[in-house]
Each structure stands twice: as structure tokens, then as C-alpha cells.
Design a protein around this ligand. Structure first.
Ligand code: ADP
Ligand code: MG
Length: 728
């Protein structure tokens, strides 16, 4: 239902807007002149822009292979150019239809055709040879060159051109279709915003303290706003952008830090670890000494456990760096002080493995229970009873732990392995557990572990309230895994290589991706390959099959058989990604490697190289990629991803590249909620601004500087459209 036109839309009285446009703007939450002023450009274009029609043409007509055919990333990109109309033609087509074509040229000399099939008369009357246009659209490639079909066009008249200050930088605004329907394009927005700036800019109040402005070398708010819309020059534009990025991050950090401050003040945990005889004895029972990184991590965890401030630590380190060992020792501190401890794993296989590890490492006096899906009703009831009565010290399980009604007894410590795979915010977990522990006065301490290191910028934003501890060194001098990118045509040789390795007594993994999201297809693909490999390619070897559709008991059996060397080759889907530890396997062959993400490939690779023998990771990509790799086209994401794995073994470095390639949303996975959407900040590229804002926010919160904590409370981090001008 359309809203009735009313005086509540003050914008309608502005010249060039009127009631109809005002309504459309209101739907995008632009109701007041200040909202229009806050509608900042999504991008800019320069008369002498470095990305020209010539460079686009190079990109599109890239030799004989068209990267469009390979990479989704290159499709659907919108480009903008400032061009002159150099030719115009009107053709009659069949069915009395007409085609209008403008030939345009930009400063680089690059040309393109602009085609109009609809409203031909209107466009014919609108544009003539000699016009200067700003065009934005998705290019098509034809044998005549680049063309655009009905792109977005703004005519730039000579009067306006004069207004574009020193360097001719033009703003490009986001234009929802609703805007375009009522004729609001860049040109119209520029006019409206210019009008609003003239009328209202002087009434916009400063939001940052003078000291801070000086400190970060930023322009005042009015100058910054004006330059975001109509940049005087590139330098001022950059400083103005920095100002708003900084401001956004500062308020975000202040909001999080003050929330955390409140949490720490309101929630209490039980201090544990006063006596650590049990932890020390456990340490002594290991056949090895902890590495320095492990010792440091353990010391920090001990200190945090020994406090009534709820611990919130993320322990990160590559697969095999010894995180679990650290966690186990810290769990002994909780057990010794009489508290139940939870160890949560993302998969049943991994939960089982942890259970076994604990049983082998810990004395019988410590009672551990495994809580996973698929238990018989009787077993489950018995286990739950033991947990409730407090007979159980340590409970190991998958997140089934949270779905069932488990009554804990004096729960004090929760360890979550591979935290990122749960897709759950740890704070909401805490709340759940706090309630479930039957103790309303305290929350448990939390230790999160991950083998997918968190890139620094994410650590400073999404995980800003976690204390991150890293284990960088590996416990033993393991050989680097030799990693190579190969193609389908190489498979015969690779299979021979696997046979050779098996002859030497080694074992191998062959991993297939999910063909589709559907689990049925996954099953089909793994099963089909299994038959082929088992019967035709490796008739003389023994092959096992592992996939997500199997019952956990079956999976377990296969894993155990592989571990006992009953199989030479394990054919699998990604279920083996975490938790399999078979030091005798030396080959990880990943098929359709282009379908996996960087972190996932790195995790899979971590399944080999766990013993004394040289290990290999072979990434097999589809044949069509061969030429792209041969030319080393590293701006193609797949090429970049796979070649990064060939040369880099460090998980921290890889995670930074992964974030860069995928962006924060994808990196965290769609399931992950809670990644703030920033209006100005670019998580990947604004590292130094993020760091600076975080430092200042910490100083403000912890040293009580200025009045900013008050300001931060008025800025809600969940509100995506924070209004930066009226904050305070
Ligand atoms: P993560 O959980 O980081 O993958 P684990 O704690 O499971 O690593 O350790 C991997 C392997 O290394 C295990 O077999 C473990 O017993 C062993 N390990 C752990 N710490 C050390 C150490 N300091 N010295 C030698 N071996 C270690
Ligand atoms: Mg582990």
C-alpha cells in the first residue's frame, strides 16, 4: 500500500524532488535533508580515470581464452566511464522495431557501442554527437568490441562540468531501481544533494573531539561531508574518507568495548586453578615437553581461569600445533577445583577422537563421557544421569550437547574445538550454558580453538572482545608438505605415484568436493568414484570409503580400519577435514580442487605430514584451468588460491590471502551471523585505520578520556544505518 502524500516528507518541497520522488526516497530511509546529505557516493570516477575503455577491452579480449568462461567473479561487474558521443546511428529492424546505437570514446581512445532497443525515440532525442556522458553498466563482448545495452547514463553538461572542482572527480551513487523508475539518477542526486548542502551543511555538528581530529589528521565534519560528495581533489577526498572510516570504527569499537565492560562487570565466573597438582601430573605423564608457545598459552589460560572475570580466549594454531594438549591440561585445572568441563567438537568423528585421546592420557580417576547423536535411548539416559549427578568430570560431544536437555552439575569450563565451524556466536552459547548449568549466578569460562587462523583485521573487528593466543611453532620438526597443482590429464601419473607410495608402505587420501549442496549428490559422487577407483584403477590395493551419509558407527569403523592399515587408500568427501590422525598417510589428493576454499584446502592438507615420512598434497584442478595456470594469471582467484598453497605452508599467511580473496562475509561463512556491515570501513584494506581506531577506543574506555563512552552508547552496533552526523 502506498503511503499517502503528506507534509511528513519535507524533501518533496525541494526543487526537483516533488511528492512522487520524495516517496521513493522515503522508502530508502531518506526523509530529511540530512538523510540526503548522508547518502554518500558508492564510488567515484575521474575524468582521467586509470581504468579506461582500453583497459576494459584488454581485460575482456584477453587472448583466446575468455576468463568470463571460467570465473564467476569476473561476470556481472559494473563499470563506469566518462565518454564522448562520437557517432550515432538508427537502424530499422524487422517487426517495425528500431535499434539506436551510440558510439562513444573515452580519454584513452577506447571505444564502445551503446545499444538501445526500447524507447528508441526518447533516447534518440536525448543524446547527440558531441555530448559528454557518464555511463555505468555491465559490458558485453561481441566481435565488434565492447558494448553496453541500456546502461545507466547521465549527461554531463558543460555548466556542471565547471563545478567539478580541480580534478574533475565525479561521485557515483547507489541507484536502486525504484530511483531509476522516477528518473533519479546520478545527475539528479548530485543536484538534490548540492541543494541540501547549500542549505543545511552549516548546521551539521562536529562529532569528533578536536584532539582526535588533529591526531588523525582529518578534516572537520563539514569539510569532510562536502568533499565526499564533491571532492575538491583526490587528496581531500582521501582524507575525508579516512575521517569517516575512522569515526565508524571508533564508535564501533567503543560500543563493543563498553558492552564488554558491562558484561565483565555484570557476569561472574568461578575462579579456578588455585591448586594445579592434577594439571602438573598430567603434564608429567606426557612423553614430551610442551613447546614455548604451548607453555605461554597455558600460562595465560591459567591466569584467566583463576579469576572471576569470565575467560574468553581463542587459541589459534595450525593443525597439529598442539592446541588440544594445552586444552586438556587446562581442563585438569577445572576438574581439580571440582567443576564439570565440556569439550565440544564440530563432528562426531572428532568428538570420538578427543574421547579416545582423553581416555589414553588421563588417569582412570577422571570420568569422561561421550555425548553424540545416535546413542541408544538407554545409553543416553544413563550418561545424562551421570552428568546430572556430578559423577562425570568431563563431557565430550558435538553440538548435540546444546540441542538436548542436558542438566549439568557445577559446569565451570567450556572448551570448543574448531569454533568457526559451529557458526554460532560464542556469547549466545555462553548464555545458553549459563542457564543450563543450573547456576544462575555464574557463567562458565570459555576456551575456543581454531586451526583456521583469524586474519588480523577480523580479529580487531568481529572478534574484538576475544583474547587471541597463537601457537606458531610446531612441536616437532615436521617436513614441509610438498604441494603441487595438477590437472585431470595428469591423473594417470598421479595414481601411479600413489601406487608407488603404497608399495613403500604408505597410505593415501583421495578427496572429492560436494558436487552440489545436496547430500544425495555428495553420496553419489563419492560412491561412484569409489567403485571406479577400487575396481579399475587400484584393483590390487584396498580402498575404503567415507562420506557424510554414513552412520557415525560406520564412519568410525572405516576410520579405525584405515588407521589399522586395513586400507591403503581412503576415498572420502570433506568429512575427513578435521580430526583424522593417521601419521602413516603421506598423500592427500584433492580432486576438483578449484571448488574448495583456501582454508579448507589447507585443513585437508594438514591430514598428511603428521609422521616421519615426506608427504605430498596434490591439488587437481579441472582441465580447463591448465592454460590459465600455464600463463600464471594470478589475478584469477582460482589461480591465486591454488598457487598460494603451493608456495605457502603457514596458515596465518594463508588466512590473510583467503580473506582478501573472499571478503569477510564469505570468509566467515553464510551461517555466521554477527559480522557488522560497515558503511565506510573495508575490512580487507583498512587495516591501519582499524588498528588506530581500536587503540584510541581502548584508551577512551580504559582511561576515561573525553565523553566518548556516552557517545558510543547512542550508537547501536546492530543498527546498520548508523547516522554518523547526528550521533552524540
Ligand atoms: P592440534 O589440536 O593443534 O591439532 P594436538 O594437540 O592434537 O594438535 O597435537 C598434535 C599431535 O602432536 C598430537 O599427537 C600430540 O600428542 C602431539 N604433541 C602435542 N604437543 C607436543 C609437544 N610439545 N611435543 C611433541 N608432540 C606434541
Ligand atoms: Mg585439533
Amino acid at each position: 500500500m502506498n503511503k499517502p502524500i503528506s507534509n511528513d516528507l519535507p524533501l518533496q518541497f525541494i526543487k526537483g524532488i516533488g511528492p512522487k520522488r520524495a516517496q521513493v526516497l522515503a522508502k530508502e530511509n531518506i526523509c530529511q535533508p540530512l538523510d540526503l546529505i548522508n547518502y554518500f557516493p558508492r564510488d567515484y570516477i575521474n575524468r582521467d580515470s586509470s581504468f579506461t575503455l582500453s583497459s576494459l577491452s584488454k581485460k575482456l579480449f584477453f587472448n583466446t581464452d575468455n576468463i568470463f568462461d571460467y570465473e564467476e567473479d569476473f561476470k556481472n561487474v559494473e563499470y563506469s566511464f566518462i565518454v564522448d558521443v562520437v557517432d550515432k546511428s538508427l537502424k530499422n529492424l524487422r517487426n517495425r522495431r528500431k535499434l539506436l546505437t551510440l558510439t562513444v570514446k573515452d580519454n584513452s581512445g577506447g571505444k564502445a557501442k551503446i545499444n538501445f532497443w526500447a524507447n528508441v525515440h526518447f533516447f534518440d532525442n536525448s543524446y547527440k554527437v558531441g555530448d559528454k556522458l557518464l555511463i555505468s553498466g555491465k559490458p558485453d563482448k561481441s566481435k565488434f568490441g565492447i558494448s553496453f545495452t541500456h546502461p545507466e547514463i547521465d549527461k554531463i553538461d558543460s555548466d556542471e562540468l565547471k563545478e567539478f572542482k580541480e580534478e574533475g572527480i565525479l561521485p557515483l551513487y547507489k541507484l536502486p531501481t525504484s530511483f531509476i523508475k522516477v528518473g533519479i539518477r546520478n545527475r539528479a542526486l548530485r543536484d538534490m544533494i548540492r541543494y541540501c548542502l547549500n542549505q543545511h551543511l552549516t548546521s551539521v555538528n562536529e562529532t569528533l573531539d578536536k584532539d582526535i581530529l588533529v591526531h588523525i589528521d582529518a578534516p572537520d565534519i563539514q569539510t569532510a561531508i562536502e568533499n565526499l560528495h564533491f571532492p575538491m581533489n583526490a587528496k581531500l577526498l582521501q582524507l575525508s574518507q579516512k575521517r569517516f572510516k575512522f569515526e565508524e570504527m571508533l564508535f564501533y569499537q567503543l560500543a563493543i568495548l563498553s558492552q564488554q565492560d558491562k558484561f565483565v562487570k555484570s557476569e561472574k565466573a568461578i575462579a579456578m586453578g588455585k591448586s594445579i597438582t592434577l594439571a602438573k601430573a598430567t603434564l608429567k605423564s606426557f612423553p614430551f615437553e610442551l613447546t614455548n608457545d604451548q607453555k605461554n598459552a597455558l600460562n595465560l589460560i591459567w591466569k584467566k581461569l583463576n579469576s572471576t572475570i569470565p575467560m574468553n580466549v581463542l587459541l589459534q594454531g595450525d593443525v597439529g600445533s598442539g592446541k588440544t594438549i594445552v586444552a586438556i591440561v587446562s581442563m585438569m585445572m577445572a576438574v581439580e577445583s571440582g567443576h564439570q568441563t565440556l569439550l565440544m567438537a564440530p563432528t562426531e568423528i572428532l568428538a570420538k577422537q578427543h574421547y579416545k585421546t582423553l581416555q589414553s592420557l588421563l588417569p582412570d580417576s577422571i570420568s569422561t563421557e561421550l555425548l553424540v547423536g545416535g546413542l541408544s535411548a538407554k545409553d543416553k539416559k544413563e550418561i545424562l544421569g551421570k552428568i546430572e549427578s556430578g559423577l562425570t568430570n568431563i563431557i565430550i560431544g558435538t553440538h548435540a550437547l546444546f540441542q538436548d536437555k542436558v542438566e549439568y552439575n557445577n559446569l565451570g569450563y567450556v572448551v570448543i574445538d574448531e569454533q568457526h565451524r559451529f557458526g554460532v556466536d560464542q556469547r549466545s552459547l555462553l548464555k545458553e550454558l549459563g542457564k543450563k548449568s543450573g547456576d544462575n549466578t555464574t557463567v562458565p569460562h570459555m576456551l575456543l580453538m581454531t586451526a583456521t587462523p583469524i586474519p588480523r583485521t577480523l580479529a580487531m573487528t568481529k572478534y574484538t572482545d576475544l583474547q587471541i593466543v597463537s601457537i606458531n611453532s610446531k612441536p616437532t620438526d615436521r617436513k614441509d608438505i610438498i604441494t603441487k597443482v595438477r590437472f585431470e590429464s595428469d591423473l594417470t601419473n598421479i595414481y601411479e605415484f600413489i601406487k608407488d607410495q603404497v608399495k613403500e608402505g604408505r597410505q593415501a587420501y583421495i578427496v572429492y568436493p560436494l558436487v552440489e549442496e545436496s547430500e544425495k549428490l555428495e553420496l553419489k559422487s563419492a560412491v561412484e568414484h569409489f567403485e571406479l577407483l577400487n575396481n579399475q584403477i587400484f584393483p590390487e590395493l584396498s580402498c575404503g570409503l567415507l562420506h557424510g551419509q554414513m552412520h557415525w558407527k560406520e564412519k568410525d569403523e572405516v576410520m579405525k580400519d584405515f588407521s589399522d592399515k586395513k586400507y591403503d587408500v581412503l576415498i572420502s568427501t570433506t568429512v575427513i577435514e578435521v580430526g583424522i590422525d593417521v601419521p602413516n598417510s603421506t598423500v592427500m589428493l584433492i580432486e576438483n580442487a578449484e571448488r574448495f576454499g583456501l582454508s579448507q584446502l589447507h585443513q585437508l592438507r594438514g591430514r598428511v605430514g603428521r609422521g616421519e615420512h615426506q608427504s605430498y598434497c596434490i591439488l587437481v584442478a579441472s582441465q580447463k584451468y591448465k592454460q590459465l595456470f600455464a600463463k600464471n594469471l594470478s589475478d584469477i582467484p582460482t589461480v591465486k588460491r591454488l598457487t598460494a598453497l603451493e608456495s605457502i605452508s603457514n596458515g596465518f599467511e594463508l588466512s590473510e590471502i583467503d580473506l582478501e580473496l573472499r571478503g569477510p562475509g564469505d570468509f566467515l561463512g553464510t551461517k555466521q551471523s554477527g559480522m557488522p556491515e560497515f558503511k565506510f570501513i573495508d575490512i580487507v584494506n583498512d587495516k591501519s585505520i582499524i588498528r588506530e581506531a581500536k587503540e584510541i577506543a581502548e584508551r577512551i574506555i580504559h582511561c576515561g578520556m573525553h565523553n566518548y563512552p556516552k557517545t558510543a552508547q547512542t550508537y547501536s552496533i546492530h543498527e546498520k544505518k548508523g547516522n554518523y552526523i547526528t550521533v552524540g
